[in-house]
Design a protein around this ligand. Structure first.
Ligand code: WT7
Length: 657
């Protein structure tokens, strides 16, 4: 065993065998229903993208070039000119979609809704764009945006795009400190925010946080403040201006700036759990093309689709698949302001029923919460409008996949498990729902034209079935171009491990005998037991297969003899109680399913897991807890009390107190 696996970057021990082929019905109506696109893209991937650019982008000046690759820097369509907001708005109105709903907005307080048509959106964007110009915002500037999920958030982003300023959206759940850091990093002079936001029935003090951030970000000169709750907020005369007062005086006409294809559209910081956040720099034409084509083909978007990406606009998922992809495709979307559990756990299903949502996209972390709450919640509503489901953000455990298939998709809707990153701009590994046979837990195959490879430590391709490092060995249009004002870190982080031609994703993966990709979690999280490198994802998915387990997280704690030992944190489903017997049973269960090497040294029960605000488990903290260390930085946690509780339980269970 030991020598046989010595060169494997990560050991792949789990195998999932269930498959789901597209139904005849779905295939018949699908935007893409045969494999020809894969062959076309492989034959000449640059030409493949160039042809799609003609279809998906309205140019002010047609490009004569496609890709220019000077590793590790790529440009796409570099002499083309366009305006991304013009494509998302004016082009849609010109095509006859002026009266079509762009966003069905649903406020968190029940009964508050608002529909915005493409025409209305164009008007709002133009007035704010004029307002921004009146504050001195010019092409090439950076503008911060710190808001909740209100329709004015996409309006603000598009207004920036219209005048050629790069937006820097900071998720409304972040603290004043995180906001200040991102404003300082990008030198934004204007910040668009709102009085307060709604979350779980409480008000979030966005303006107050923005005021605190301003103390630490001296370049911020002007605030534009939207009234949302209408409560009084602190006010700085001369610096702050109300959104409605700013746009009141503005014309509804606003010429869209002519932008080069490679001009910066936005900066967005990666959710990074440790060091200084990295400002991924995304540009205009390649990004717009990538997100539009992937949106249309992967989610099978038709003229009458009602699309709901239930992420926050503050993440890349929202940028790409709530704002730019859907609008450039002229799609009707749902935009929901609040929490999925407010006022109760059926809120999403109520919205699906009300608007007849046909495609729904969310994260495994939320699906696992739905599993925990039980199928009675979706059962309260008519979900027959749904025809496709999607997931993103983490590997989805096969058991959660099958639950999603059964109780949400009612065994009718294909599930697209989409792998990508803030840095990649859009989806890279994914099924095409009218073509690909699905396997629960696998993101399946590369999107046409994308070339992932799984390499070992030395850069050799790993044999089929073995785990290794996921890389992408060919550029794609939506890739980030660099890190904002830190090209050295761009090269160092992503293009040094395997040289400048090969993008290093930081994820572990394996490919099965059908060539399907199975994501195995971040490389930094791999657990090393006596020289065996084990995937956290495989251990967690196995635990979740057990009837008592709702959610699980595996981490490695230092062990003097074996390098690391596996400590698992487990949340139980309703009706199951923690006990020593159950812990023992779960340890045996993993040993039996994966192998003795993966038997957890300890299984600890908790009520919750430490997660970032985007829903990713912070294994670094679990490791601190498992090792009995002082806890590291907890400021990016969604709920900091969770770790104290777990720490007490762990110290007691591991005999440290
Ligand atoms: C990391 C990127 C991309 C939008 C949301 C997250 C993990 C993402 C999947 C998937 C397995 C996934 C990876 C990746 N991830 N999608 N379908 N299967 N893992 O963006 O915050 O930049 O995180 O999320 O580890 O590297 P992000």
């Amino acid at each position: 065993m030991e020598t046989e696996h010595a060169h494997a970057a990560i050991e792949a021990l789990l195998e999932e065998r269930r498959t789901f082929s597209p139904s005849e019905d779905f295939r018949a109506g699908a935007a893409i229903s045969d494999e020809e696109v894969y062959r076309r893209a492989e034959k000449d991937f640059e030409r493949f993208w160039a042809e799609l650019a003609g279809e998906f982008i309205g140019w002010f000046k047609e490009p004569t070039k496609t890709m220019d690759w000077k590793p590790p820097h790529a440009t796409w369509f570099a002499d083309g000119e366009l305006n991304v907001a013009w494509n998302c708005l004016d082009k849609q109105v010109d095509a006859g979609r002026g009266g079509k709903v762009a966003y069905h907005w649903v406020g968190e307080p029940e009964g508050e809704t608002r529909d915005l048509t493409y025409e209305e959106l164009l008007r709002e964007v133009s007035r704010l764009a004029n307002g921004l110009r009146s504050l001195g915002v010019r092409k090439g500037d950076r503008v911060g945006i710190y808001m909740g999920m209100v329709p004015e958030l996409p309006v603000a982003m598009l207004a920036c795009a219209r005048v050629g300023a790069a937006h820097v959206v900071v998720f409304g759940g972040f603290s004043a400190e995180s906001l200040a850091e991102r404003m300082r990093d990008t030198g934004a002079k204007v910040l668009i925010t709102q009085d307060e936001g709604w979350r779980k029935g409480s008000k979030v003090p966005l303006k107050r946080n923005a005021d605190d951030a301003a103390d630490e970000a001296p370049d911020l000169e002007r605030f534009v403040v939207l009234r949302r709750t209408g409560d009084d907020v602190p006010w700085t005369e001369g610096r702050d201006v109300w959104w409605d007062e700013l746009v009141d005086e503005q014309s509804e006409e606003c010429e869209a700036e002519r932008m080069n294809a490679e001009d910066v559209l936005f900066l967005l910081h990666t959710s990074g759990t440790t060091a200084k956040p990295k400002g991924a720099q995304h540009t205009s034409a390649g990004y717009l093309l990538h997100v539009s084509v992937t949106h249309k083909w992967i989610f099978d978007i038709h003229e009458d689709t009602v699309w709901w990406c239930a992420a926050d606009v503050g993440w890349i998922t929202g940028h790409s698949y709530i704002v730019y992809g859907p609008l450039n495709n002229g799609t009707t979307s749902v935009l929901y302001e609040g929490d999925p559990a407010y006022p109760d756990w059926d809120r999403h299903w109520q919205i699906v029923e009300r608007y007849g949502v046909s495609a729904y996209y969310t994260a495994p972390t939320l699906i696992r919460s739905f599993v925990k709450m039980g199928p009675e919640y979706p059962a309260r509503h008519d979900l027959s409008s749904l025809r496709l489901l999607g997931t993103v953000g983490e590997p989805i455990n096969p058991e959660a996949w099958v639950w999603y298939w059964k109780y949400i998709g009612q065994e009718r809707c294909p599930i697209v498990d989409t792998w990508w990153q803030t840095e990649t701009g859009g989806i890279l590994i994914t099924p095409l729902p009218g073509v690909t046979t699905l396997k629960p837990g696998s993101a399946t195959v590369p999107f046409p034209g994308i070339k992932p490879e799984i390499l070992d430590e030395q850069g050799n391709p790993v044999p089929q079935g073995e785990g290794g490092f996921l890389t992408i060995s060919r550029p794609w249009p939506g890739m980030f171009r660099t890190l904002w004002e830190d090209d050295e870190r761009y090269v160092q982080t992503y293009f040094s491990k395997y040289g400048p031609e090969t993008y290093f994703t930081g994820d572990g993966a394996k490919q099965d005998s059908d060539g399907y990709f199975w994501l195995m979690g971040r490389i930094d999280d791999v657990i090393n037991v006596a020289g065996h490198r084990l995937s956290t994802t495989e251990i967690e998915s196995t635990l979740v297969e057990h009837a008592a387990v709702a959610e699980a997280a595996a981490t490695g704690a230092a062990d003097p003899d074996r390098g690391q030992r596996i400590v698992c944190f487990v949340l139980l489903k309703g009706g199951h109680e923690p006990s020593d017997e159950l812990a023992e049973e779960l340890r045996q269960f993993v040993a039996q399913k994966i192998g003795k090497i993966a038997r957890p040294a300890a299984v600890l029960f908790g009520d919750d897991l430490p997660k970032t605000r985007s829903g990713k488990i912070m294994r670094r903290l679990l490791k601190d807890i498992a090792e009995g260390n002082e806890l590291g930085d907890t400021t990016t946690l969604r709920d900091a009390t969770v770790v104290d509780d777990l720490k007490q339980k762990a110290d007691a269970a591991l005999g440290r107190r």
